[in-house]
Design a protein around this ligand. Structure first.
Ligand code: PXG
Length: 297
């Protein structure tokens, strides 16, 4: 999403709801000082928080991996999101859920933190222009490798997103909107903020979690939709030539939904137009967005 009109967004900070222009957190919050926190990006479709349970589960898993005790239960977190969305009055939008280690001192020691910063931001969403859903995206491969899981697992959706930010700069320099990140061994991992999936001989192939990526909630939704259609779905190890030789390629993500890819590193993918399986899954996905979640109103 882009940061337009942040002043007018609705923000929850530790139990209080206010306008974006009034929301403040401490300069001593370790989320700011060290990226010591976790987050989720969630969509609101026609008054329904899409895959709410899955996102709440994932933020709790990310927090658990970082030994960060969230100051509320999953149900309380869902209730806080519902309350913030209601206060915004929006039916369609984007929800950013953030939890940090809270206020500490200027040292790293997490024991000194109060662990009490939960922030929820509700605002409008800016999407990829519709032409990309109709004509497809062109990707490049970036030089920045995805974090090695032994250092900081990409499966943890932490506030330390510098790996992705550095990659995104290369994407932008190359004149693209999204780009492929390889893992530390040179296998395909994912994109800077989206998962990547291929179609080859009628089957879907996507990098397995052990390749070092964020297992996307949108990707899981697409896996379930593909299974319903009887399309084989495999999580495996992929190299760039697999991508170049695919019949179809598409990305999944909360913001992107399902977006076709028609070129990678100057090679045309398939026919050079969004493929039939990609289009079918995009249609299926749009149908579940208002059903598969928690209704707010
Ligand atoms: N990989 C990464 C690295 C992500 O950050 C996804 C895959 C897709 O996961 P979901 O669960 O959304 O299907 C993400 C999530 C942005 C932005 O501004 C993108 C994400 C999160 C926050 C911001 O582009 N994508």
């Amino acid at each position: 999403m882009s940061g337009t009109d942040w002043q007018e967004m609705t923000v929850y900070v530790n139990g209080e709801i206010m306008k974006g222009s009034e929301a403040k957190i401490s300069v001593f919050d370790h989320g700011l000082l060290y990226g010591d926190g976790v987050f989720e990006g969630i969509r609101l479709y026609d008054g329904c928080i899409f895959k709410c349970q899955e996102h709440v589960d994932r933020i709790f898993q990310s927090a658990h991996a970082l030994r960060l005790n969230l100051s509320m239960t999953p149900d309380e977190m869902t209730a806080a999101m519902v309350e913030t969305v209601k206060a915004s009055g929006l039916r369609d939008g984007y929800i950013r859920l953030i939890a940090t280690r809270g206020i500490g001192d200027l040292g790293l020691d997490p024991r000194k933190c109060n662990g009490k910063s939960v922030i929820i931001i509700v605002g409008a969403i800016s999407l990829y222009p519709t032409e990309f859903y109709e004509n497809g995206l062109s990707l490049c491969t970036v030089g920045v490798r995805r974090n090695t899981p032994a250092a900081l697992s990409p499966a943890i959706k932490s506030l330390n997103y510098l790996n992705n930010v550095m990659a995104k700069m290369q994407v932008t320099d190359a004149g693209c909107l999204e780009g492929i990140m390889l893992n530390h061994e040179g296998y395909v991992a994912e994109c800077t903020g989206d998962n990547i999936l291929l179609v080859k001989n009628g089957a879907i192939r996507t990098p397995a979690d052990h390749c070092g990526l964020l297992p996307g909630i949108t990707r899981n939704a697409v896996r379930d939709l593909a299974t319903k259609r009887g399309i084989p779905y495999e999580e495996t190890v992929l190299i760039l030539p697999d991508v170049y030789a695919a019949d179809e390629c598409f990305l999944t993500g909360t913001a992107a939904e399902v977006v076709p890819v028609v070129a990678v590193d100057g090679r045309t993918i398939g026919t050079g137009e969004p493929g039939p399986i990609t289009k079918a899954l995009l249609g299926d996905f749009r149908e579940i967005t208002t059903r598969d979640g928690v209704p707010v109103y």
